[in-house]
Design a protein around this ligand. Structure first.
Ligand code: SF4
Ligand code: SF4
Length: 406
């Protein structure tokens, strides 16, 4: 694993047009817009119903990769995700914003240590609870959703996060985000679009649920406020970029140096005084400009071939950040037809299984003849090795890259 201090810092995490950018409402997410179009009511998970119809049909037809044992393994993997927070709803089930078991005395006694020591404590805690990568950033309010399904997120002057009839109140003093990445099983992701890829995703969600609940309770027991969060409350990818976990790729996901885009992301928001990490630049932007593997292998045409832009390409996008925008509704419509979620874009990305600079010489698409920042990263990865996607509870192992993608 490349030591973070060997990596180049990005000059800035994003090119952002303040005149275009507005906080994003959950109601414009494709999960919601597709569910609403299907059912005629605002909801988050109704899109699953059509997907399950096709899941059952393909299972009854005995299709390879869609058999009962495949779906059963997926349902087991998803159990803790559903128990903990159903992919993430604010202040919901075990993602509640109040302490669960911590004695009041501990809640009211903030551990008075320098920020560097508190930072080490929470990063070690995050890894113990299952995170494969952890970084910290200031919580920029622009990444907090403007509203959930039915009420807004409002910044407050209060001392603790609170849900009222009208709003979710997040105190301004909650100004740090601890962002965690959870590696998914790359052999299972490689079976996309068949059910094992969905199972890898499901166990990723279950693991992230356990980690955010545990880390939030740990922080409360150290005397600080904590909001455990999966997909809810704030946008994971920009926070992960700012926390130095990776860069945004053409496929619309975070690409990490260690696992590529083959991760799930979650975070805990806190008022604990912590040291922040810096965004990294390991050449993804240049590389993606010349690599179209995810676009070539996307069965729904959701990923484009153009340059990054400031303006989105559909209503689900949030304009104002320079990036590759994708068509999330087309993606979800394919999941419904497929009877299972898809991860083709993650599976084919050269960074999922490890990338070697030799692959550059075998590719005739690239316009970069004199090498790019990616070469530096590649040499560092050869020097330090790659982290294996690990199963929860196992220590990650460093291994040699497996070539894939060209
Ligand atoms: S998950 Fe599948 S359908 Fe969706 S963008 Fe990726 S490759 Fe395309
Ligand atoms: S497959 Fe290629 S273009 Fe797509 S995200 Fe990965 S490196 Fe970028």
């Amino acid at each position: 694993m490349i030591p973070r201090n060997e990596m180049k810092e990005a000059e800035k995490a994003y090119v952002l047009d303040e005149s275009l950018y507005q906080r994003y409402p959950v109601t414009r997410q494709a999960f919601v817009t597709v569910s609403t179009k299907d059912k005629g009511e605002i909801s988050y998970l109704h899109f699953l119903e059509k997907m399950k119809e096709n899941m059952v049909r393909r299972m009854m037809e005995g299709e390879k990769g869609h058999q009962q044992q495949d779906n059963a393994l997926d349902l087991g993997a998803n159990a803790f995700n559903l128990i903990i927070g159903q992919y993430g709803f604010p202040n919901f089930q075990l993602l509640q914003w109040k302490p669960m078991f911590t004695p009041e005395l501990m809640q009211k006694t903030p551990l008075a240590l320098p920020s560097s020591q508190l930072t080490t404590l929470v990063k070690d805690g995050a890894q113990l609870y299952g995170a494969d990568l952890v970084g910290i950033t200031d919580l920029d309010p622009k990444w907090i959703y403007s509203q959930d399904l039915f009420k807004p997120f409002v910044l407050s002057e209060g001392s603790a996060p609170e849900e009222t009839e009208e709003a979710f109140l997040i105190p301004r003093k909650i100004n740090k985000s601890i962002v965690m990445a959870f590696a998914m099983n790359d052999d299972m992701i490689n079976e996309s679009p068949e059910v094992p890829a969905s199972t890898a995703t499901s166990i990723g969600y279950s693991r992230m649920g356990i980690a955010v609940v545990a880390l939030a309770e740990y922080i409360r027991a150290l005397g600080y406020q904590a909001i455990p969060s999966m997909n809810d409350t704030a946008l994971n990818i920009p926070l992960a970029v700012e926390a130095g976990l990776g860069q945004l790729g053409r496929l619309g996901l975070l690409i990490t140096p260690e696992f590529g885009p083959n991760v799930r992301l979650a975070k805990v928001l806190t008022d604990m005084p912590l040291d922040v990490d810096s965004p990294v630049d390991f050449g993804i932007t240049e590389f993606c400009k010349n690599c179209y593997l995810c676009a070539d292998h996307c069965p729904s045409g959701s990923i484009g071939y153009g340059e990054p832009t400031l303006e989105g390409v559909c209503d689900n996008n949030n304009s104002g950040v320079e990036k590759w925008y994708i068509y999330p509704e087309k993606c979800l419509r394919y999941w419904q037809k497929n009877g299972s979620s898809c991860a083709n874009c993650i599976a084919v990305c050269p960074f999922t299984r490890g990338f070697e600079s030799m692959q550059c010489f075998e590719c005739d698409r690239c316009e970069t003849k004199i090498g790019c920042a990616l070469q530096v990263n590649t040499h560092l990865r050869i020097k330090y090795g790659y982290l294996e996607s690990n199963v929860w509870g196992n220590q990650p192992k460093v291994l040699k890259p497996r070539r894939k993608g060209f």
